[in-house]
Design a protein around this ligand. Structure first.
Ligand code: GLP
Length: 260
């Protein structure tokens, strides 16, 4: 894992955007895996700015989102469909048919999950997966003890995740208990992963992810087995890392050709 510690979340978001933009320029028909939550907002703002100011072209890009709440129609204000539309898709020139987000209103959820997996394969696989991390170490909505080999499926949220995400809903009781999420195995198939985490509330989860042990109780720790992961942190999110000085040194000593 490559851990990149930036002074602020704004700077970390800009580094993440530079990584995504490089891929979009080098491979205009790349497949992006996208995340929701408050963490990727800076990245999405910066990508929208690059589209407006620099003509970054998303017209041939395909996207697959990680997850969605079961029971929320796509136009529900707290759905991840609404989130993505508002915070990214309405701001760039993405092609409607190339957007994929699990459908929380699907009648046959297992069949929908299988079709989602097949669509990823048909698209050629995910080139770059953007990830946030839950304060309990979840990625997507793969809660602690999820199978590290899991594929897209229905999951039940922990109370901690419901509490964390209640701020997006009018009432805590409105947060759905069930979700559809890409599995950990699905995420691990991506060509590269860019994980973003900001704030002290994420420090323990980040330490578990980066410095182990590898365990299903911290699902993000599986990323230690992925060959190409960049972890972008602000200082508070990096505060529980034992080897923070080493990660800074690696970054400072990087050869020019390896820089973002
Ligand atoms: C939800 C999402 C995750 C996200 C997490 C953290 O659980 N399913 O993909 O990483 O929230 O959210 P935030 O970025 O708001 O802290």
């Amino acid at each position: 894992m490559e851990v990149i510690i930036q002074p602020t979340r704004e700077e970390a978001g800009r580094v993440a955007a530079a990584i995504v933009a490089r891929l979009v320029r080098e491979k205009p028909d790349a497949v992006l895996g996208l995340a929701t939550g408050s963490t990727p907002l800076g990245l999405y703002r910066e990508l929208a700015r690059m589209h407006h100011d620099e003509g970054l072209d998303f017209s041939a890009i395909t996207t697959f989102n990680l997850d969605e709440y079961v029971g929320l129609a796509p136009d529900h204000p707290a759905s991840y469909h609404t989130f993505m539309r508002k915070n990214l898709f309405d701001q760039i020139n993405i092609t409607e048919e190339r957007i994929h987000i699990p459908n929380g209103s699907a009648q046959d959820i297992p069949a929908h999950c299988l079709a989602y997996e097949e669509a990823i394969i048909e698209a050629g696989g995910i080139d770059l997966q953007v990830l946030g991390i839950g304060s309990d170490g979840h990625i997507g909505f793969n809660e602690p003890t999820s199978s590290l080999a899991s594929r897209t499926r229905i999951k039940t949220l922990t109370q901690a995740t419901i509490d964390d995400n209640a701020r997006f809903f009018a009432n805590r009781e409105d947060v759905p208990v069930h979700v559809i999420t890409m599995g950990i195995g699905t995420i691990m198939d991506a060509g590269q992963c860019v994980v973003l985490a900001y704030g002290e509330a994420k420090a323990q989860a980040v330490a578990g992810m980066v410095e182990g042990p590898l365990t299903a109780i911290v699902p993000a720790s599986i990323l230690q087995m992925h060959p190409l992961v960049k972890v972008l942190l602000d200082e508070p999110a990096a505060s529980a890392l034992q080897k923070a000085d080493y990660y800074r040194r690696v970054h400072d000593m990087k050869p020019e050709w390896q820089r973002e």
